[in-house]
Design a protein around this ligand. Structure first.
Ligand SMILES: Cc1cc2nc3c(=O)[nH]c(=O)nc-3n(C[C@H](O)[C@H](O)[C@H](O)COP(=O)(O)OP(=O)(O)OC[C@H]3O[C@@H](n4cnc5c(N)ncnc54)[C@H](O)[C@@H]3O)c2cc1C
Length: 413
């Protein structure tokens, strides 16, 4: 029967591509359509704020698969193909061209879009956002030009993307000012102590930090020349990048009548409120057994795991999704991986390791491990994940001791 079925995936990003290939890997021999509105085949966004900007080869290759891959696996990839409507009653999607395609199951992996700053001067040239490959190409060209003419960059937003762009621009030798609402970069994401590590890292690399401030105005004629902050500071600027967060692209889902609340709501099998319609990746607010609640994560690892898991759910798999959150970042010579969640943590321990800035930070909640952050040391997340999901009491003193294997930090009572 399966050869008669048509599975449609809307959103040819990382989660969508991973879902499509999983359908084939699981033996589905019906039609697989992967529909994307961007003009290129699926790629991995993570390098766009890092190596891609300063022109060095990335740790991750840009494209998820090579050009011939989709045809070779009988996946009908259609790029430059925006889907404009989903008709859940007729089991069809509608393309911008007016073409309607029927589905037996539909997966929405429409991702996120950047939040836009709409204050005075927001329409000036030289103002950038970063989500797509096209955005990255524009930003890279602007940064290369700035590097050649001693231009200045102002990055607005001290989350992951803002910090990574600041680091990439310093690699190009550009003067960078980093502006954020929180007093320290990444404070909201990591808490004061570990945020302090990143503050010092950026300061050491010559980034000027303007914490606790907002942008009130961009000045210039045609192109931006200055950024005005809430305390009256005026920063000269040739290029401005806003990295002030992202919004899930829920327009299609909402118009189709799906339940949306901070993303498309799904159960632990990625099923939305409409029959045979699934959602995964950045756009989805998924029930996660490991967290005991719904969460919407804008993390590479969530797309990596959820795309395939949603594909299996489309094929009838009933395994509930259960994954400890994981993400990574790469700034200057500091590679960092983060496993778990710090919410409610009441104890903090660090383990210093041999090597340049190599350490692991641990957050405990009620004597049990809640999160671990390994810096400049690899091979840790699986161990940390096992300790978190094991849920056993941990000897915090042993966690701090680099001579005690992590697996031996579990208490026997
Ligand atoms: C610059 C940058 C750096 C990042 N770095 C890191 C990092 O270091 N570590 C980390 O853990 N995570 C990182 N992330 C996050 C990670 O890239 C995302 O979590 C991941 O891309 C999510 O994949 P996705 O497939 O859910 O969504 P997306 O990658 O956004 O893909 C969604 C696709 O759907 C398309 N689409 C939307 N609506 C429609 C429609 N109606 N019709 C057709 N197509 C549509 C979109 O154009 C897009 O191509 C980064 C993200 C960015 C932007």
């Amino acid at each position: 029967m399966s050869e008669r079925r048509t599975f449609v995936i809307v959103g040819a990003g990382f989660a969508g591509a991973r879902a499509a290939i999983t359908l084939r890997a699981e033996g589905f021999d019906g039609r697989v359509l992967l529909l994307g509105d961007e003009p290129v085949r699926p790629y991995d966004r993570v390098t766009l704020s890092k190596h891609y900007l300063y022109g060095k080869p990335g740790l991750h290759s840009l494209f998820v698969h090579d050009e011939t891959f989709y045809a070779a696996h009988n996946i009908e990839l259609r790029v430059s193909t925006p889907v404009v409507a989903v008709d859940v009653g007729a089991w069809q999607v509608e393309l911008a061209s007016g073409e309607r395609i029927g589905y037996d199951a539909l997966l929405l992996t429409t991702g996120c879009e950047p939040r836009r700053w709409a204050g005075p001067g927001s329409g000036l040239g030289g103002v950038h956002y970063l989500r797509t490959l096209a955005d990255a190409d524009r930003l890279r060209a602007a940064l290369v030009a700035a590097a050649a003419h001693s231009g200045r960059l102002v990055v607005v937003g001290t989350g992951w993307i803002g910090c990574e762009i600041a680091a990439a621009a310093r690699e190009l030798g550009i003067d960078v000012a980093l502006v954020g609402r929180s007093s320290v970069p990444l404070e909201h994401q990591l808490g004061a102590r570990m945020a302090g590590f990143y503050r010092d890292l950026h300061a050491e690399h010559g980034v000027e930090l303007y914490g606790g401030r907002e942008v009130t105005e961009l000045r210039g004629q045609g192109s931006v020349r200055a950024v005005v902050l809430s305390d009256g500071t005026v920063l000269p600027a040739d290029v401005v990048v806003f990295g002030i967060g992202a919004r899930p692209r829920v327009g299609l889902a909402r118009a189709a009548g799906l339940t949306v609340d901070n993303g498309i709501m799904t159960d632990a099998q990625f099923a939305t409120s409409a029959p045979r319609v699934f959602a995964a990746g950045d756009v989805a607010n998924v029930w996660n057994g490991a967290q005991g609640r719904r969460t919407r994560l804008e993390h590479w690892a969530a797309a990596l795991r959820q795309g395939p898991a949603a594909a299996r759910a489309m094929l009838g798999d009933r395994h509930p999704y259960s994954q400890i959150p994981f993400f990574f970042t790469d700034q200057y010579d500091v590679w960092m991986e983060f496993t778990g969640e710090t919410a409610g943590a009441d104890e903090f321990v660090t383990r210093t390791l041999p090597g340049d800035r190599a350490f692991i930070a641990f957050w405990l909640r009620g004597g049990r491990l809640a999160a671990g952050m390994n810096v400049n040391i690899k091979g840790i997340p699986d161990l940390v994940g096992a300790l978190i999901s094991g849920g056993r009491r941990i000897n915090a003193r042993a966690l701090a001791d680099p001579d005690i294997p992590l697996a031996d930090t579990v208490l026997s009572y």
